[in-house]
Ligand binder design. Structure first.
Ligand code: GDP
Ligand code: MG
Length: 439
């Protein structure tokens, strides 16, 4: 444990038995830290209650410090909360194993398709990808390029064929070629809508998949658990893949998914390279969450930097879900002003140990985002909807900023996700202070 948590917990030193009284303060810190890490309030409540119940009355073992003992209890409970064991991918007993990927736009589905193929190839399985995002020709091209990168065939049928028909034809092709695993990419939307769900249901009926995996962006925070639940109720899923854990990487998403939805996280993505996909290990994640930097001092610092009036203005916008690209820019610059990225990242949960290359990567990402926002018109900055609705506008921004359309789309998707996330966060913070924002 580091920073504030460590300070509070060190007060336990010298106690011989853990009591309701002497663990009250450390447990308050845990509660706060979990809320800051974007874990949903009911989950936090249950968790704190469960740990407290176990800890009270525990005699402190000779040679073990009381705070260490409490850490161990918290750690074990965190692991349990996340499902305990690694949840393995399932394979079909005969014929090809079919994996259907679903998820909102920009979360990393298409990237995961290729990453998963790369991952399974290393286990000696032959793979084939099916391009099922028929709304953007660019999405098909993207999958074809990624498929080439990992040397895996991609089945495409253009954009005029219904996804369910593409699925049927693709599966036939896979059977003909005796492929071990078929992975189907699908189209996402900025938000859940009926069209997307119906389409997924149709595809699922045709494929009869062994795994239906919901791809979720770790940045979604506590909203991730609700998303997994909704998709599970609507289409029935077998698990989730949490992507972009290399970025903002709050522990919240990882913590609540299993508890809230009953579905395990099976894999995590922690980078843009094809090799950056691995099984989800609850015990490693627990260690990471416990080793998190001091969230509170991060928030305090952010508040110091942001002028009071800015803060109030921002708060109003967050409450009315008007958070726009101007605010986004203000935020990222405030973070930059707080000092070196190294120090700031060290204070973000889950980023306890950041390598210099990760820092360079984060700084690069900031520059990329700034470049795109800078070429937006004032109207576009204020109304991200304009960009969500218009591929032409996104194309222009990509061209003017020298970035790819993919990057522009990801940025647009991100701001909508941030709106949702911040609204939820405001909901749990009674005082209504400004939440820590991701860089
Ligand atoms: P889709 O709309 O769900 O298909 O999302 P994409 O696969 O096109 O990914 C959107 C963006 O996120 C791309 O720029 C990816 O490179 C990026 N991305 C995907 N997974 C990860 C990840 O684990 N870490 C990072 N840093 N970026 C990722
Ligand atoms: Mg895609």
């Amino acid at each position: 444990l580091t920073g504030g948590l460590e300070a509070a917990w060190s007060k336990l030193k010298g106690e011989e038995v853990l009591t309701k009284e002497n663990i009250a303060e450390p447990m308050r810190d845990i509660r706060r830290a979990l809320l800051e890490a974007d874990v949903s309030l009911p989950v936090v409540r249950r968790f704190v209650q469960s740990v407290s119940d176990q800890a009270v009355g525990m005699g402190v073992i000779r040679g073990v410090k009381p705070d260490q003992q409490l850490v161990k209890t918290v750690h074990d409970e965190l692991v349990k909360l996340m499902g305990g064991e690694v949840s393995e991918l399932q394979f079909a007993k005969s014929g090809p194993t079919v994996i259907l990927l679903a998820g909102l736009q920009g979360v990393g589905k298409t990237t995961v398709c290729a990453k998963l193929a790369c991952y399974l190839k290393k286990q000696g399985k032959s793979c084939m990808l099916i391009a099922g995002d028929v709304y953007r020709p660019a999405a098909i091209d993207q999958l074809v390029i990624l498929g080439e990168q990992v040397s895996v065939p991609v089945y495409t049928a253009g954009t005029d064929v219904k996804p369910a028909d593409i699925a049927k034809q693709g599966l036939k092709e896979a059977k003909k070629n005796n492929v071990d695993v078929v992975i189907m990419d699908t189209a996402g939307r900025l938000q859940i809508d009926k069209g997307m769900m119906d389409e997924l249901k149709d595809v699922k009926k045709v494929l009869n998949p062994t795994e239906v995996l919901l791809v979720v962006d770790a940045m979604t925070g506590q909203e991730a658990a609700a998303l997994v639940t909704t998709f599970n109720v609507e289409i029935g899923i077998t698990g989730a893949i949490l992507t972009k854990l290399d970025g903002d990487s709050r522990g919240g998403a990882a913590l609540s998914v299993k508890e809230v939805s009953g579905k395990p996280i099976k894999l995590v993505g922690r980078g843009e390279r094809m090799e950056d996909l691995e099984p989800f290990y609850p015990d490693r994640m627990a260690g990471r969450i416990l080793g998190m930097g001091d969230v509170l001092s991060f928030v305090e610092k952010a508040q110091e930097v942001m002028r009071q009036e800015d803060a109030e203005d921002l708060q109003k916008k967050i409450m009315s879900a008007k958070f726009d690209f101007n605010d986004f820019l203000k935020q990222t610059r405030a973070v930059a002003k707080m000092g070196s990225m190294t120090r700031v990242l060290g204070m973000i949960p889950g980023m306890g140990k950041v390598s210099p290359s990760q820092i360079r990567e984060a700084e690069k990402n900031l520059l990329v985002m700034e470049a795109m926002i800078e070429v937006m018109t004032p109207e576009e900055r204020e109304k991200p909807e304009l960009l969500a609705e218009s591929p032409e506008r996104r194309k222009r921004i990509a061209k003017d900023s020298g970035k790819t359309e993919q990057q522009v789309s990801a940025l647009v998707a991100q701001i909508f996700q941030m709106r949702v996330k911040m609204k939820n966060l405001m909901g749990v913070m009674e005082g209504g202070s400004i939440p820590a924002l991701s860089g």
